[in-house]
Design a protein. Structure first.
Length: 438
C-alpha cells in the first residue's frame, strides 16, 4: 500500500499466475480499497499463437477474486468410473447438472442420459454439447419430472443407467418456505422415486447432490434435503437385493454463477443503478465455482463405497456485504456514494452463517485434500421408511404445518428461523417437557 501511494499508481496489471485463492483475494481487495483499476493477464496457455494481445488483458471480475483453483479433468479414476458406462444426470439443465454433463462427456460414457423438466434450458444444453462433442449418439435428452413415477420408471427401464447423479431439487430457501409441500414432494419423494428405480434396475452407484443447508436446518428446503440424505444413506442397506447399490452423498455450499447465486442479482442491480440489496450486514456464505464443485462431486463418486456423506473444503466464508462493496468498486463506482447498499432483513428461513457439519458430527480425511468424509447420525432402512410414510401422509393432507411438524419430528436439529413455522418448535418443546421420563 505504501508503494502504491508513493508512486501514485492508478492501474495494476496482474501477471502472477501462481497466486490464487485467499492470497489473490487479499491483493485484489487492496487494489479495490485503493480505487485502482485492476486487470489480469491470462495464463500463457490462453495466449493467441503464443503471443499476448492487449485485448486479452481483462478487468478483474468478482468471480476471479473468489476463484479457488484451476480445474484439470485429467483423472484416471474418473476415466475408469465413467468410460463406457451409461450415466444418468437428473436436473441436467440446471447449474450443477449441466456442468456435470460437460465434465462427464469428457470421460466418454457409453450414453449420457440427461433428465430435466425444463424444456428450453435442456434444448440449450443439447445444442451446446452438440457443438462441442464429436459424437452425439451417446447423448439422450429426457424431458420429465422426478416426481412422476411412471416417467422415471420408463427412463430407467429403457436405458438401465449404471451410474446416477441426482441433482434435481428445489433449492431457493424463501420460495420453499412458502411452498413447503413442493419442497418435500420434489426433494424427498423425488429422491425416493429415483433411488428406488435405480436399485430395481441394478444401478451400481447413486450420487446425491446435497447442500450445506441440510446441516442444522433452519428452513424447509434444508430440512427436505437432510431427509433426502437420510433416505439415500438408508438405500445403501435396502433389503432384498444381492448386490446393494453404492450410495454417495456430496454436500457443499453456494456456487458462483448459479441461478441462485447473489452475484447475478448484484450485477443486475448494478446495471440498473442500484440499490444493491443485502439481507444483513453480518451474513456470510461459503462459495465455490461450478466447475470445481462438479469436479469434486465426480471425485467423491470414485471414493464412495456406500452410505458416505462427503463434505467439500469450501475455504473461508465470505461476508455478502463485502462482496457487494467489492463489486461496486470493481465497476469503478463508490458504494454509498454512486450505488447504495440497502439492508433488507433476513428472509424467511435464512440464517446468518451456513455450516458444513452438524454439531455432533465430525470428519475424517480422504486421499483428496479438499474432500472429507462426514461421520453423521445414520438411520436404518426401517426408520427411513417409517419417516417417509409419515411424510407422505402429511403431504397428502395438504396441511403445511402438519408436514413441517413431521419433518421436525424426524430431524430434531431442524429449528425454524424467521419463519411462519417458528411456533412449531415451541409447541414441540412444550410437548416434550410434558412427557414423563420412562
Amino acid at each position: 500500500s505504501e508503494f502504491l501511494e508513493q508512486n501514485k499508481v492508478t492501474e495494476v496489471i496482474w501477471s502472477i499466475q501462481s497466486l490464487k485463492g485467499a492470497s489473490f483475494y487479499r491483493a485484489g481487495d487492496l487494489c479495490i480499497e485503493s480505487n485502482l483499476q485492476f486487470h489480469r493477464v491470462p495464463n500463457i496457455k490462453e495466449w493467441i499463437g503464443g503471443n499476448l494481445s492487449s485485448q486479452q488483458i481483462k478487468k478483474v471480475k468478482i468471480e476471479d477474486l473468489l476463484n479457488r483453483s484451476v480445474i484439470s479433468l485429467e483423472n484416471e479414476n474418473l476415466q475408469s468410473l465413467i468410460k463406457g458406462k451409461v450415466v444418468l444426470v437428473t436436473g441436467a439443465a440446471g447449474s450443477i447438472g449441466s456442468e456435470l454433463c460437460r465434465q462427464i462427456l469428457f470421460y466418454q460414457p457409453a450414453k449420457l442420459v440427461m433428465l430435466d423438466n425444463a424444456e428450453t434450458p435442456m434444448n440449450d444444453l443439447f445444442l451446446e454439447l452438440k457443438a462441442t462433442s464429436n459424437g452425439l449418439d451417446n447423448l439422450i435428452c429426457a424431458i420429465g419430472d422426478v416426481t412422476r413415477e411412471n416417467r422415471v420408471e420408463e427412463i430407467f427401464e429403457n436405458y438401465k443407467p449404471e451410474i446416477v447423479f441426482h441433482a434435481a431439487a428445489y433449492k431457493h430457501v424463501p420460495m420453499m418456505e412458502i411452498n413447503a409441500k413442493e419442497a418435500v414432494k420434489v426433494n424427498v419423494e423425488g429422491t425416493r422415486i429415483v433411488a428406488e428405480n435405480a436399485i430395481k434396475n441394478d444401478t451400481k452407484k447413486f450420487i446425491l447432490i446435497s447442500t450445506d443447508k441440510a446441516v442444522n436446518p433452519t428452513n424447509v428446503m434444508g430440512a427436505s434435503k437432510r431427509m433426502a440424505e437420510i433416505m439415500a444413506q438408508a438405500m445403501a442397506q435396502v433389503p432384498g437385493f444381492e448386490k446393494p447399490m453404492e450410495v454417495v452423498t456430496t454436500r457443499f455450499g453456494n456456487v458462483l454463477g448459479s441461478s441462485g447465486s447473489v452475484i447475478p442479482l448484484f450485477k443486475r442491480q448494478l446495471e440498473s443503478g442500484g440499490p444493491i440489496t443485502v439481507t444483513h450486514p453480518e451474513i456470510t456464505r461459503y462459495f465455490m465455482t461450478i466447475p470445481e464443485a462438479c469436479q469434486l462431486v465426480l471425485e467423491a463418486a470414485t471414493m464412495g463405497q456406500g452410505g458416505e456423506i462427503y463434505v467439500f473444503d469450501m475455504g473461508e466464508p465470505v461476508k455478502i456485504a463485502d462482496l457487494a462493496h467489492q463489486m461496486v468498486r470493481l465497476s469503478g463506482l463508490q458504494p454509498g456514494k454512486d450505488i447504495a447498499i440497502k439492508y433488507t432483513g433476513l428472509r424467511p428461513g435464512e440464517k446468518l452463517y451456513e455450516e458444513l457439519l452438524a454439531g455432533d458430527e465430525n470428519t475424517l480425511p480422504t486421499h483428496h485434500p479438499k474432500i472429507l468424509v462426514a461421520r453423521v447420525r445414520s438411520s436404518s432402512y426401517d426408520q427411513a421408511s417409517d419417516a417417509l410414510g409419515e411424510l407422505r401422509d402429511a403431504l397428502h393432507s395438504g396441511d403445511d404445518y402438519r408436514l413441517v411438524s413431521t419433518l421436525k419430528k424426524h430431524i430434531p436439529e431442524y429449528i425454524s428461523n424467521n419463519s411462519r413455522f417458528n411456533h412449531l418448535d415451541k409447541e414441540q418443546a412444550r410437548s416434550s417437557s410434558l412427557t414423563p421420563n420412562t
